[in-house]
Design a protein around this ligand. Structure first.
Ligand SMILES: [Zn+2]
Ligand SMILES: [Zn+2]
Length: 341
């Protein structure tokens, strides 16, 4: 088997290794495809070198096939298609005991805190697996993880059919939130300065606006007949969006914080009082979000093929990352991990 190791300084080594036999409760997968995530790009840029122990195999958006089953694991058969929900929770903290294992107080994120999926063989705990229906191909399967992020965001927002949702930021997650919001019957507007990303939203069948050349607050006011947005998803992580989100949300509007803000930006709390707004955090996903994401793909309600902008073999992982770097129109680059077997 082969594994790609992130070695720091925007570099990877692809090394020959040995498949790890599954222990009790574990399953070994032949990895199919692994998506390159924004978080992987942060790691690539060195900003997470304190958290990632170098050299490390990263990657967490994965589809694969069951190759070997450890003792005590039931319900899986060799050859079956699966995806991994890459969270390793402790099961013992008060948050886990309350059933919120995805925000466990000792949570380890697989592919960041522990070895990840950019390898041809990956051994994981069986409790992280979700089955992919036979009709869903492994390429789309690699996008179940980011789609589950979007499902979690929409579930947290309580968005309903007929409501109006504004998504601030039209990157891969913003577009997936748009697709899920549309699937529940909401009217969707994506605010995004990049032309090709706005064109992508148009292809998806949702409205888009450029906040750099249009007054977003005035635009939303007109779009909603002065009511304001029922739900605002902040997916951009930029300061102007923090100012916009409280302006464009309507009375009793819900704002969902999806973006990772590394600073503490000022928020207009007066608007929370005046309009009785709600601010909801949304971090990763729960098992139910994976189930929903798989159902959305399997039923054909969401077609993920347009999101896949490139597929590269594991041996070319370095250039796959380099191509993603500074390519804002690329949605999702996949790495094919069993390509050289
Ligand atoms: Zn990710
Ligand atoms: Zn825990």
């Amino acid at each position: 088997m082969f594994a790609a190791q992130y070695i720091g300084n925007k570099s990877f080594n692809v090394v020959k290794g040995h498949a790890i036999a599954p222990q009790a409760g574990e399953v070994r997968l032949d990895v199919g495809y692994v998506g390159i995530c924004g978080t992987d790009m942060h790691i690539y840029h060195g900003v997470m070198d304190q958290r990632v122990s170098i050299p490390q195999t990263i990657g967490h958006e994965i589809s694969g096939v069951v190759a070997q089953i450890g003792e005590g694991v039931e319900g899986f058969t060799v050859g079956e298609k699966v995806v991994v929900r890459p969270l390793d929770w402790c099961g013992e903290c008060p948050t886990c005991e309350a059933g919120l294992t995805h925000i466990c107080q000792n949570l380890k994120f697989m592919g960041i805190d522990t070895p990840g999926a950019f390898q041809s063989s990956w051994t994981v705990k069986a409790r992280t697996l979700h089955k992919l229906p036979a009709g869903v191909d492994l390429k789309q399967g690699a996008l179940v993880e980011p789609l589950s992020v979007a499902c979690h965001d929409v579930r947290r927002s309580r968005l309903k059919a007929g409501e109006k949702a504004v998504i601030l930021g039209g990157g891969p997650i913003g577009q997936l939130v748009a697709a899920v919001a549309k699937s529940v019957g909401a009217e969707v507007l994506v605010s995004e300065p990049n032309d090709s990303r706005r064109a992508f939203a148009d292809e998806l069948g949702v409205k888009s606006v450029n906040p750099m050349d249009t007054d977003l607050a005035a635009y939303v006011d007109e779009w909603t007949g002065t009511k304001g947005a029922d739900v605002v998803f902040e997916v951009s992580g930029v300061l102007p969006a923090i100012q916009s989100m409280t302006q464009i949300a309507g009375r009793r509007g819900r704002i969902v914080m999806v973006a990772i803000h590394s600073t503490a930006p000022p928020i207009d709390l007066f608007q929370f009082f005046w309009k009785e707004l709600e601010l909801l955090g949304a971090r990763v996903y729960e098992a139910a979000d994976f189930d929903w994401a798989i159902e959305l793909i399997a039923s054909g309600q969401i077609d993920l093929k347009p999101f896949i902008s490139s597929v590269s073999p594991l041996a070319d992982i370095g250039s796959a990352f380099a191509n993603m770097d500074g390519n804002p129109q690329g949605m999702k680059a996949l790495v094919e991990c069993n390509a050289e077997q």
